[in-house]
Design a protein around this ligand. Structure first.
Ligand code: SAM
Length: 292
């Protein structure tokens, strides 16, 4: 462990700049000591959900000491960023928490972090819980490579395209989804990725009713079809077999597409339809254009 680490807040003043802190996704005691120090001593407190942050501070007996908790979320970000940047310009420490887990991970904070970097202020992180990584640790799926895909689009056509792109990613796929939409997502994944890929449904992680189901996509869709689920869900899907390009099929699909599409569009269309990497299709298309 680095010599630099084990110091209490009393021993170390809080640096000016924006501090992004992770908060629990369930169990309140998953907050880190670093995040508690920042909440106790930061000059300005900002939260996606001010009530949740105040509640978390109450649980951990951290006093507000006259500090207000400012709201910063998707609907007021543009209006609030100048206020936060002005506090940073005065040399203050600003602590930002999203409602749960890590800010910027399917949560607000990206635009704020970018603005802080662009204005030349310091940006710090107090890392901690995130549902994506918590789920990866219990899913039983390969963790050497994973791809966070967040919430899939809800519109059917856009979602189909999104899943077709995901099909070719050689990594464990991580989706966030609400219990109301999980069955629709599972049906779409069975269509787009096939029913046989291994998957894990992780619900209410770190909470009393935590549940993890590990089975194939098809079995998961069957198991959940008639259940009324509550709480929060992360769905993980194993990588598929690397697509084996059938040269004849690729050739004929490209011929068809190139009759009425520009090269770039034809490549995208064929890559998506056949679930092949774009690069591979592009190279096949270029080879076609070269004279023998
Ligand atoms: N920033 C958060 C993070 O770092 O994980 C995610 C915020 S996103 C708005 C909320 C989604 O995260 C939920 O819809 C669910 O998919 C997932 N999630 C959050 N807490 C969870 C939990 N305890 N168990 C399972 N999934 C959870």
């Amino acid at each position: 462990m680095s010599d630099d680490l084990p110091q209490s807040s009393a021993a170390r003043a809080i640096a000016p700049g924006l501090h992004l802190i992770a908060t629990p996704i369930g169990a309140a005691r998953d907050i880190t000591l670093h995040a508690l120090d920042l909440l106790a001593g930061g000059d300005v407190l900002v939260a996606e959900d001010t009530r949740s942050l105040r509640h978390l501070m109450e649980i951990h007996a951290i006093a507000l000491n006259g500090r207000r908790v400012l709201a910063y979320h998707d609907h007021n970000g543009a209006r609030m960023r100048p206020t936060i940047l002005a506090a940073l310009a005065e040399g203050k420490s600003v602590i930002y928490a999203s409602e749960a887990g890590t800010p910027l991970v399917a949560d607000p904070g990206f635009q704020l972090a970018r603005a802080v970097i662009e204005e030349g202020f310091d940006l710090h992180t107090a890392p901690g819980p995130s549902a994506a990584l918590a789920a990866l640790t219990v899913a039983g799926l390969p963790s050497d490579r994973f791809c966070f895909l967040g919430f899939a689009p809800t519109q059917a056509g856009t979602r189909r395209k999104f899943i077709a792109e995901a099909a070719a990613i050689p990594a464990t796929l991580i989706f966030y989804e609400s219990p109301k939409r999980i069955n629709r997502l599972l049906a779409a994944l069975c269509d787009g990725l096939g029913k046989d890929r291994q998957a894990a449904m992780c619900r209410e992680l770190t909470k009393r009713h935590q549940e993890v189901l590990r089975m194939s996509l098809g079995e998961l869709a069957d198991a959940l079809r008639d259940r009324v689920l509550k709480g929060e869900i992360v769905l993980l899907v194993d990588r598929g077999e690397a697509p084996v390009a059938d040269a004849a099929q690729l050739d004929s699909a490209l011929d068809d597409a190139l009759t009425d599409m520009r090269l770039k569009d034809a490549v995208s269309h064929v890559a998506q339809t056949l679930g092949l990497p774009r690069r591979q299709v592009y190279q096949a298309a270029l080879a076609k254009e070269k004279p023998e």
